[in-house]
Design a protein around this ligand. Structure first.
Ligand SMILES: [Ca+2]
Ligand SMILES: [Ca+2]
Ligand SMILES: [Ca+2]
Length: 434
């Protein structure tokens, strides 16, 4: 075994029982690939390993008890049972570790794979296959309620321990995720579409910072995501892997194509657009099937302009009604009155409408890598938010009700670049945004 974050107390849990699975892989015929059966057999093996004196299970409650101090461990275990340590080489980049750093935090106690989260994913899958007749529904709801209500009893435990303080936001997030899962089930069973606000609430929890200080992942998140997606399905998604750009309507068709590299395909804007009658983004391609009133658009974008161009940009357009009436989010490499803004084009040259001071916004489009983005708009409140990389904290926000609906699309003011993994959630025109 190879690992930097192991001490005698945790080494067994990092080796067992997965070594048994590796062994079985080696002596089994290539066709043996039943994951469910593997887990069943590993669970049978666990007590036998206990008898041999391995501590891969016994040290877990002991470590939790040490963290919980005088408190009972129940609430802490309820949370820890659905957590896993961050993966790959994330830990060394999160804080300065040395050989003298004690490995006694919750990330060290947490097991490499959460059995309960895996079982929850299975329950969700079976429930979504047959929501009305699934015998797993009650267990799923029971678990979700337990996780939703766990933060209140756990909070005093976390507040009293200097080692557990860092878990407070994580515990809140886990409870919020479970709460959102329960709400999603309500909408699924009422056969109603959930409001976008539910998706908006869950989205940041599903896209946590890549290097969270507590170094833990909430492993029930993918199951919750499936429930929320069923309750509020996207209007459309596009990863461009089929090689065509059906559904997209560019203003200059010859400038757009589906490109590919390294086995991935994406939507590529290969030439800058032509400036129009008013100052506004010159290139855009719209999802013309969806005239939306309120939406959340997510995806990835990258700019192909030279790195020494401080005005390099990619834009997301929305509430587009015609070429001189629309909003756009301008993601750029520099911040001023025209760059890295939310802009409104209303029959005349664009104006900056975001509330951040010009020149003070975080301009993150400084390289040629793909960046995650999210743009959301609520026409009832007029709130517009734009995110890049960190999908928890918007870098641009505005409040404007000039245009209440329209098409969304992707483009650039005057540069080139690519888009991928587009997902549009929204209410079509005349549906209420709650
Ligand atoms: Ca793709
Ligand atoms: Ca396609
Ligand atoms: Ca530019």
């Amino acid at each position: 075994m190879w690992g930097e974050f192991v001490v005698p107390e945790t080494i067994d849990s990092r080796i067992w029982p997965k070594t048994a699975a590796i062994a079985a892989r080696s002596w089994s015929p290539p066709g043996t690939d039943d994951g469910e059966d593997m887990y069943r057999r590993l669970e049978e093996l666990n007590p036998k390993l206990d008898v041999l004196g391995l501590k891969h299970r016994f040290n877990y409650p002991a470590m939790l008890q040490r963290l919980a101090g005088e408190h009972p461990i129940d609430a802490l275990k309820t949370l820890a049972d659905i957590l896993e340590p961050v993966k790959y080489y994330t830990r060394p980049g999160t804080r300065a570790y040395t050989q003298m750093t004690p490995l006694n935090r919750l990330v060290d106690a947490a097991r490499p794979e959460s059995r309960q989260a895996r079982k929850f994913r299975d329950l969700v899958d079976r429930y979504l296959e047959a929501p009305d007749s699934s015998g797993d529904r009650n267990t799923m709801l029971e678990w979700l309620k337990k996780w939703r209500d766990n933060h209140a009893p756990l909070k005093p435990v976390l507040e009293e321990s200097s080692l557990l303080n860092e878990i407070i936001p994580l515990s809140e997030d886990a409870a919020a995720l479970a709460g959102a899962g329960l709400q999603a089930v309500e909408y699924i069973e009422k056969r109603q579409q959930a409001p976008l606000s539910l998706v908006d609430k869950v989205h940041p929890l599903l896209n946590p910072p890549r290097r969270p200080e507590h170094e833990l992942l909430i492993m029930i998140a993918p199951g919750i995501e499936k429930l929320v997606e069923r309750a509020c399905p996207p209007l459309t998604t596009d990863d461009f892997e089929d090689g065509d750009s059906e559904g997209w309507e560019p203003n200059i068709p010859e400038n757009w194509q589906v490109g590919g590299e390294g086995g991935n395909r994406f939507y590529h804007l290969k030439a800058p657009g032509i400036p129009g009658e008013v100052s506004a983004p010159a290139s855009c391609s719209l999802l013309k099937e969806f005239d939306v009133s309120g939406f959340v658009l997510t995806g990835r974008l990258r700019c192909a302009a030279p790195l020494d161009n401080p005005h390099r940009d990619m834009v997301i357009v929305f509430n587009f009604q015609d070429p001189t009436h629309f909003y756009y989010v301008h993601f750029s490499a520099s911040s001023d009155e025209r760059h890295n803004i939310i802009g409104l084009v209303n029959g005349t040259d664009r104006v900056k409408i975001n509330s951040e001071e010009a020149g003070k916004t975080e301009a993150r489009l400084t390289d040629k890598r793909f960046h995650d983005f999210k743009v959301s708009c609520n026409p009832e409140t007029g709130e517009i938010e734009a995110y890049l990389d960190d999908l928890n904290t918007p870098i641009l926000t505005a409040r404007d009700k000039t245009l209440s609906h329209g098409w969304v699309g992707v483009g650039s003011y005057d540069d080139t670049g690519s888009f991928d993994d587009i997902m549009l959630l929204g209410k079509r025109m005349n549906e209420r945004f709650e």
